[in-house]
Design a protein around this ligand. Sequence first.
Ligand code: FES
Ligand code: FE
Length: 342
Amino acid sequence: MTTNRPQPQRVLRGLSRRERVEQNAMSDWWHPVGWAADLTDAPRRTVLLGRTLVLWRDEAGTARCLRDLCVHRGTALSLGEVTDGRIVCPYHGWRFDGDGSCTLIPQFPPSRPVPAGAAVPAFRCEERYGLIWVCLGEPTVDIPDFPEWGAPGFRHAPCPPYTWRTSAARMVENFTDFGHLGWLHDGLLGSRDDVVVPEHTVDRRGHELRYTLTMNVPAADGVNDLDGEVGTMINTYVLSLPHVIHLRSHYHDTGRSRVLYFAAQPVDDETAIGYCYQSRDFDLDGDDKRYVAFQETLAEQDRVVVESQRPEQLPMDIADELHMKFDQVAVAYRRAFADHGL
Ligand code: FES
Ligand code: FE
């Protein structure tokens, strides 16, 4: 487990006036930008909240994040290379440290110092729970907790990221929409014969929503740890603003649990990438493929309907869509967004 604490970076150094204006409330939260295992010392481009970023690992293996735009001529730094832990622009070879400062302009004679203005914005970057997280501003709260990570007796299976043409908030809301479970995922997460949503209450604690539902679920090809073909599952959710869900599903019959940790990357207003762990405290020597395939099947069923939703952004005015009592999590989620100015 790697839990790098915030680096003493000169965050936001070199931001132009225009970029400062582009900072908004969503900038002050941690967002996932990729699996840590996929980040090497080679530059990797990503987009977060409409801003293009370059990520890489420095010589110490620490994840770094800069704006993907060279201060010299606006070239994408992600097309360059990493030398001695610093990123080198592909156009004229200017070299930038992880804090955004330029350390070398090859066109200068050795005696000439690099001007202080030769810098690109650097952003806070952390590695936690096998994910890389970036905050473009000042983090409001810490990265949402994943208590089972590093706990003995749990096995964590990362699923391939899925990219949907929708907002991250629509993606998250789908993940916690109970009315669709037995209908859209008939035979996998419930049954069309039993779609009445059980009573539940939403406990709002600041930026978190907590709620628990007890549901009947099918064995789903052995993904659920049941004694028979149908069993009772107690689902305890923690939804953390803006885009993270921790779901612990406890099997009443066997006492064991499956856990989902889901985090969405808001690429832009109409694109989101979901990162999801399927974790379990049973079948510890079993093949992860079954669990990952199960998640992929669900996600593909969801993708088709969520990508059809208009508007792509979540309507924050509660009057804009027709909410039923069983949609109370969605209502609470939208209210929490509005209360936090998101
Ligand atoms: Fe990057 Fe010239 S454009 S070094
Ligand atoms: Fe679904």
